[in-house]
Every structure is written in C-alpha cells, then in structure tokens.
Design a protein around this ligand. Structure first.
Ligand code: FEO
Ligand code: CA
Ligand code: CA
Length: 664
C-alpha cells in the first residue's frame, strides 16, 4: 500500500499514512545513545557461509545458469537482460525479449457462474465470484510438481472506491468530492477484499486461467475463519457474536503473504486499523492496546452497515485482526485459520524456509514506522511426505523479535510469557497477552525500531535473509542507528542478515546494510548503489521481493510515483554477490499511479508473476494527466484501454520470448 497517492483528495480510499502512523512511543532502542556509526562490514559474510548454506532444494543447473550469466556480464552481474528505461506513462514496460501478458484482472471470472464483468452494474454477488481488487501477494503452488500447471494464490489488499465506482466522485463548485458509499458498494468492497485461489496452466508458452478449476476459491471479508493457537478463546477475542473467541468473520488488508513448505497459502493481515470506526466505551481496558495499533482509523465506511467494525458496539473485534491467516488450498471448503502463535501486528507477509534441523522458520515484518522485524520458529519439524502432519505446525513454536546491534551482530529475542519482562508485572498475564499486544511485548524486550519493515525473505541458496525497509521520513537525526542509518529516510534500505552458522533457527546472527536506496546522483540522498548501476537502475522504497531458484534477489517497489523520482514503481534485479554487489537493473515497470507487488518466480524460473496494484491512483505529478484521477477521469485505463472499461489492477505473467529462464 502506497502513501504517495491521492488520499488527500480521496480520503476514504486507503489509509492516509496507512503503512506507518508511527504509533511506537516506547523509549527503547534507538534514541540518542546510539548515534549511527557508519562503518563498512562489507566482507563479514565472505567465507564458509555462502558455500555451506546452499540448499539441497536448488538444482545445480539453476546455480550454473546464474554463474554463467555472471561470467557473461562484464560488470559481473548475475542478471542478463537489457534494462528498461525508467519513466512514467500509461502502460507497463518489460525488458526487450520478454512478454508481459495480462493474466488476471479485477472482475475476471474465477468461479463457475461468475457474470461477465460490468463495472456499471457491479454487485457483491458477482464480485465474490470474480478476481478481487488491488492484487498484492502472488504465490504459486505447483500441481504435481509442475512449473506449468499450478494454483495461483493472490491477495486482494484493499479497495479504491474512487477508481471502482462510477458516479462516486463529483465536481461541485470546481472542487472534487467523493460521496458516501451505499451498502451495496460497501458489500462490493468487502467481496473485493481477501484472496483468490485459481488454477492456471501454461499451454503453447502462454498462461491461461482454468476458470472451472476444482480448487478455485474466493476468500473475502465475509469468509468464516477459525482462530487457533495460544490466543484462541481468550476473553479479549470474544464478541457479542462469538462467545467462544475462536470464530472470526473475514480477513482484511491482506498485503503480502507466503506459501508454506507444505503448500498452504498465507495471507498476512496488515492495516486492519483503517476498517474500524466508532468510540471505545469510556475506560475500556483495550484503549492503550488500540492506541499502539492506531485503532480506530476509520478510513473505510464499513461500520455504517456492519456492527463488527464499530468499536462502540464490538469493542473486542480489532483483537481478531492483525493475524497471519493460513489457507488449505487443496480443500476449497476448508476454514481458513488465523494463527495467533505468529503474533498480532500489521503483518506485511510471512515468507518461510525449512531449517537444517527440519523446523520451519517464518520471517515477518510489521509495516509501521519504528516497528519491528520478527521471526517464528515452529516447535515441530516439517515432514516432506506427510502433508497432514504439517497442517498445524503454525500453532506451536517460538516468536522472536529482532534486535540489531551497532557492531553488526543481532539477537532474536524470544517472546515467551514469563521470560524476561513478559510477566504480569508488565501486564502480560499469559502468552495470549504477549501475542495480542505483540508490539508492546517488543517494546519491553528492547527490539530495534525499524524504518517500516516490509517483505522479509530468506534465501535458501546463500543462506541469508533480506529485509525490505521501505522508508521512514519521521526518523530524526538523534534516532538513527546502524541498522536504520539515515534520518528522514525517504527512500528506504535493504538489510542482509546472516544467521549464525547458517542456521535459520539461530537466536543470533550478523547483519549489514546491503543497499541504501534513492538516486545515487544526488549526494545528499546517500544512496549506495554500485557505480555500475545506471540512471534507470536505482530505485527507492523497496517493498516486496523474491529470490529465484538461483538465489538471485528481485525487488519491487511502492512509492516511486512522484516528481522526486521521475519514475514509476517496478521490478528491479539486485546483485548481492561478488564485485557486482549492490548493482541494480530495471526489468519491468508499472503504469502511472500503480505500485509493484508480487513478485514470484515459478520453480523453473521461466515465469515471473507480478501484481500491478492501484494503477491510476494518482497522476497529478505526471504531465500526461496532471490532475486528480478518478473513475470518470482516469490517468490510465490500463490494461484494457477501452473507453467503457475502468482501470483494473491485474496480475501479469512475464516470460522470455521463445522460452527459457528469466534473466539468464
Ligand atoms: Fe501493504 Fe506494507 O504494504
Ligand atoms: Ca507491501
Ligand atoms: Ca516475497
């Protein structure tokens, strides 16, 4: 979700400052005592780790291909392609020699009986059978191990009513005004949230949607969910509708996510605070808890029609959101589970890897200014040939929060009730309290306040972990530390973690800044792209990322759509190894107003799926439009470019012309 959009004109669209209200007022970590000492530890990882941690799951062929590419490129880059020119216009652009085909658009049929998309007559019933709005996370779950036939799982993070509903925005006395949503429009919004599970198949080199696939499913803000794990059934999760504290209705603001090693789909609940309105009863015991999460924010109008979003009527409801949701994609009738063991935050995503000892490690970012990086280590071990045995691994394990030290070391601090400060003396009466107030638990443990942690991605090939820190313009000079080294950090940075002994379950490790982002030609920005990086290759605001099967890092961005960058968001290939380290090249860019989500590579590295989110949300800064963008006056009608069709968020499948691995 992007904060550089037209929120000031369309306040209910998405959450102003949604990804970072900066609710962390705790006094721990960063303040004054740690003034950023910037010193290079560039070489600390060289040596045994990079070799010893190569995962058995990666084929030697894939590794060889990346090495070959590196050898062929005079800069030593592992990526072989001619980069796209950065800029802004109405369409998407991919590197020469690649096709970027629209696979799924908002409103496309994904369930039998879905009516043809008609934006002028959209209904909640139709929407609940069609692809939802604002695709964010994209995952691929192979069927029978295939890279050409599988399930695409896609999150629908939020809705842009000013782009979705004809007639909602009106010009009155020369001023643009967005009207109130009707109940039917709110119902459409709720049905456009959640996720899509849809079978896809590649035939003749082109991906197609199997609209009658037996696993196809829409999950929405009204899908019944089960709450599981240590906080399930806790009094703080009980409502008038659910006296058990275990049955939630729906999932919202599903940003990034993950696919587990056992093939389930993870939907991370991020900015849940925006959906709640109303006033908490005077003196209510959740007041401080909600303040820490910015609840209620009231961007959405759902509380006008549904009591569960009104704090005055259902004061405990916000405690039932902000969780990691797991979906069994092989059973379309299954009840998705909110796994409380992974804590309640504004979860960006949950990417995972099987550690050497068979435990599964999930890395999690809490996307808010000054909030934390987490990881969860399962108590049980992954059984590759026993899917059923893995299905509740997420209910038992240890959640940790990250502390980044000045000397390049780090600790993962266990968030276990009764240990350290997580006791009744500090208001934590159970593990449920620790998980429900996960942020406050991080505060008292002394975790490091970060610059908006987004995607956190383990790399099974080189054994490292990449942390996208998208920006934090509110960090003051006396708040910088080595892991967040820039005050007024407008462009973000990327941290690389090496867990001790290459063991993803380790409770300590080392870290360094891989990249400080922004325009390297402007000295004051302090960006650290390599000198091989061209004027097209730099980026700001890293958000999502992917590691392909050769272990190469791909970074997608959110927030480049403004005058300061002169470019849209996109997908960049970032070298992490050897002389080319910190070299970046632009592979794909999005149309005006959009943010780049996904990305995801099929196991054979021959397809990259990317999600173009909120295209046409903005356009004031682009000379091709130069004014607010809304349904009747859009800055782009991507991807259809038909006068009777609005802009539509869509998933794009990128393949090499004639076939083959991408960027090799
Ligand atoms: Fe939904 Fe943190 O981006
Ligand atoms: Ca994101
Ligand atoms: Ca990712």
């Amino acid at each position: 979700m992007n904060e550089h959009t037209s929120q000031k004109i369309f306040p209910t669209t998405q959450l102003e400052d949604a990804d970072g209200d900066g609710h962390n007022t705790s006094i721990n970590p960063t303040m004054g005592e740690i003034i950023g000492k910037r010193f290079s530890r560039r070489n600390f990882l060289q040596g045994s780790l990079a070799v010893s941690a190569i995962a058995a799951t990666v084929s030697p062929v894939a590794l060889m291909s990346a090495d070959e590419a590196r050898a062929q490129d005079k800069s030593g880059s592992a990526f072989k392609f001619t980069e796209v020119e950065a800029g802004v216009d109405a369409s998407h652009h991919v590197a020469d020699g690649y096709d970027a085909d629209i696979l799924l658009r908002w409103g496309d049929a994904v369930l039998p009986g879905a009516p043809k998309f008609d934006p002028t007559k959209q209904t909640a019933d139709a929407q609940s059978k069609q692809f939802g709005y604002n695709n964010d996370y994209v995952g691929y779950i192979p069927l029978e191990g295939s890279s050409e036939h599988g399930l695409l799982v896609v999150n629908h993070e939020y809705t842009n009513p000013h782009l979705m509903f004809p007639g909602l925005v009106k010009v009155v006395d020369g001023k643009i005004k967005q009207g109130a949503l009707s109940k039917e429009q709110v119902d459409v919004e709720m049905a456009a949230h959640g996720g899509t599970i849809v079978e896809i198949r590649k035939a003749g080199g082109k991906w197609q949607v199997v609209t009658d696939g037996k696993y196809n499913r829409r999950i929405t803000a009204n899908t019944p969910m089960e709450i599981t794990g240590p906080a399930a059934g806790n009094d703080r999760l009980k409502t008038n509708v659910d006296a058990t504290g275990t049955r939630a209705i729906g999932t919202i603001n599903n940003c990034a996510g993950g696919v587990t090693p056992w093939g389930t789909y993870i939907m991370a609940e991020e900015n849940f605070h925006g959906y709640f309105s109303g006033k908490l009863p005077e003196g209510h015991k959740e007041a401080a808890n909600y303040k820490r999460y910015g609840v209620p924010e009231g961007s959405y109008e759902w509380a006008n029609f549904y009591d569960r979003y009104d704090l005055a009527k259902e004061p405990n409801e916000p405690n039932r959101f902000g969780w990691i949701v797991e979906v069994d994609v092989m059973d379309p009738a299954s009840t998705p589970k909110k796994r409380t063991a992974l804590g309640r935050t504004k979860h960006e995503g949950a990417e995972s890897i099987v550690a050497k000892n068979g435990k599964v490690v999930f890395y999690l970012g809490d996307d808010e200014r000054f909030d934390y990086v987490y990881k969860f280590v399962t108590e049980g071990t992954f059984k590759p040939n026993d899917r059923a045995a893995n299905m509740n691994l997420l209910d038992n394990g240890t959640l940790y929060v990250a502390k980044f030290n000045e000397d390049g070391t780090m600790q993962w601090l266990p968030m276990v009730h009764g240990q350290g400060p997580l006791t009744a003396a500090n208001g934590f009466n159970s593990q449920a309290d620790v998980l429900i107030e996960c942020r406050r638990a991080g505060d008292v443990l002394g975790a490091t306040k970060m610059d908006r942690p987004e995607d956190v991605q383990p790399n099974g090939v080189n054994g490292k972990v990449y942390v996208m820190l998208t920006n934090n313009t509110r960090r003051k000079a006396d708040q910088v530390n080595a892991a967040n080294p820039r005050a007024e950090n407008a462009f973000g940075h990327i941290i690389e973690i090496a867990e001790n002994d290459g063991d993803f379950t380790a409770t300590s490790g080392k870290w360094e800044v891989l990249l400080k982002c922004g325009d390297p030609s402007v000295a004051a920005v302090g960006a650290t792209f390599s000198t091989e990086t061209t004027k097209n290759g730099w980026f700001g605001m890293p958000d999502n990322c992917a590691v392909d099967s050769a272990g190469r890092l791909w970074v997608s961005t959110d927030g480049n759509n403004n005058k300061a960058t002169g470019r849209t968001d996109g997908l960049w290939a970032v070298d992490t190894e050897g002389e080319a380290r910190a070299t970046s090249k632009l592979f794909f860019r999005v149309p005006v107003g959009a943010e780049m989500c996904g990305p995801l590579f099929t196991p054979d590295d021959q397809t990259a799926f990317v999600a173009v989110q909120h295209p046409a949300d903005g356009g004031e800064d682009w000379s091709g439009h130069g004014r607010p963008s809304y349904y009747e006056d859009l800055s782009t009608r991507w991807p259809d470019f038909k006068p009777d069709m609005p802009v539509r968020p869509a998933v794009v499948a990128i393949t090499k012309v004639g076939g083959g691995k991408i960027a090799v």
